[in-house]
Write a protein of this length. Structure first.
Length: 272
C-alpha cells in the first residue's frame, strides 16, 4: 500500500523534471533568459488543449461530488489538464503528507488503541464504583429504615409501659386509698362501738351507783382508765407516746365525792 503512492509521487516528480528539461531545451541556446522561461513554463497549463474535453462526469455529475466528498479529487480529475505544474505539485505535497501519515499510522493507531482502552477501563472503573455505591446506598437506606422502625418500636414500648405503669400506679393508689379508708372506717366503727358501749356502761354504772352508794369508786376508775388506754391504743397505735399518756381519770381527787371521778372519765371518753 505504501509503495504505490510513493512510486506515483516519484513518477510525477520525474515527469515534472522532464517537462521542465524539455521546456529548457526547446528554448534554444540563444534564449535571452532561461530562468524566466522556466518560470513561465511552471505557471502555464500542462495540457490546455484538453481542457473542456473531459466528458467522464457529464452523465454522472454526482460521482464528481462523491469523489470530492470522499477523496477531494473530483474537481482535480476534471481540471487537471488546465492545471499548472505548480498546482499539480501541490497534489504531490498532499501525497507526501499522506505518506507521512501512513508511515506513522501504526504508532498513531497504538496511541489511539491505548487511549480508547484507557477510557474504556476508566468507564469500567466508574461502573464498578457506581455499583458499589448503589449497593452501599441500599445498605445505608436499609439501616436507616431499620433504626427508624426500631426507634418507633422503642417509643411504642415506652408508651405502652408508661400506660401500664400508670394503670398499675393508679390501681395501687386506689388500693392504698381503699385500705386507708377501710382502716379509718374500721377505726371509726370501733370508736363508735366503744363510745356506745361506754355510754351504756356509764348509764349502767350511774344507775348502779344510785342503787349502790357504797360501791368503791376506785375500782370503777381503774376499769375506766383501762378502757381509756385501749381507746388511745386504737386511735394512736402502739408506737405513739400519746397511747401511753396518763389519762385524766388516772386518780381520784382528794375530797371527791362518790361518782365524781367516774363522771370525769365518762366525760373524757365521750369527748367532753
Amino acid at each position: 500500500m505504501d509503495d504505490k503512492p510513493k512510486s506515483f509521487a516519484s513518477a510525477f516528480r520525474s515527469a515534472l523534471v522532464k517537462h521542465n528539461d524539455n521546456a529548457r531545451n526547446s528554448s534554444g541556446a540563444d534564449a535571452p533568459d532561461t530562468s524566466k522561461t522556466l518560470t513561465d513554463r511552471a505557471n502555464a497549463p500542462i495540457a490546455p488543449s484538453v481542457v473542456g474535453l473531459i466528458k467522464s462526469f457529464d452523465s454522472a455529475p454526482e460521482m464528481q461530488t462523491l469523489l470530492n466528498s470522499y477523496f477531494g479529487i473530483g474537481d482535480f480529475l476534471t481540471m487537471l489538464p488546465g492545471m499548472t505544474p505548480s498546482e499539480i505539485g501541490q497534489m504531490a505535497d498532499k501525497l507526501d503528507q499522506l505518506n507521512f501519515l501512513l508511515d506513522n499510522l501504526p504508532a498513531i493507531e497504538q496511541n489511539l488503541t491505548s487511549y480508547i482502552s484507557g477510557i474504556t477501563k476508566y468507564h469500567e472503573f466508574v461502573n464498578r464504583c457506581v455499583k458499589q455505591g448503589v449497593a452501599g446506598i441500599d445498605k445505608i437506606d436499609q439501616s436507616v429504615v431499620d433504626i427508624f422502625v426500631a426507634h418507633k418500636g422503642l417509643l411504642g414500648n415506652q408508651q405502652k409501659l408508661a400506660a401500664e405503669s400508670g394503670t398499675a400506679v393508679a390501681q395501687i393508689s386506689n388500693e392504698v386509698e381503699h385500705h386507708i379508708e377501710l382502716q379509718e372506717h374500721k377505726l371509726q366503727a370501733a370508736l363508735k362501738r366503744a363510745a356506745k358501749k361506754l355510754k351504756a356502761d356509764k348509764e349502767k354504772e350511774t344507775a348502779k351507783s344510785e342503787t349502790e352508794p357504797n360501791e368503791k369508786p376506785v375500782e370503777m376508775v381503774a376499769i375506766l382508765d383501762t378502757r381509756a388506754r385501749l381507746r388511745r391504743l386504737m386511735q394512736y397505735g402502739t408506737t405513739s407516746p400519746k397511747a401511753f399518756a396518763p389519762t385524766k381519770s388516772a386518780a381520784v381527787p382528794e375530797g371527791g365525792k362518790n361518782g365524781t371521778a367516774a363522771n370525769s372519765v365518762f366525760e373524757f371518753l365521750a369527748g367532753k
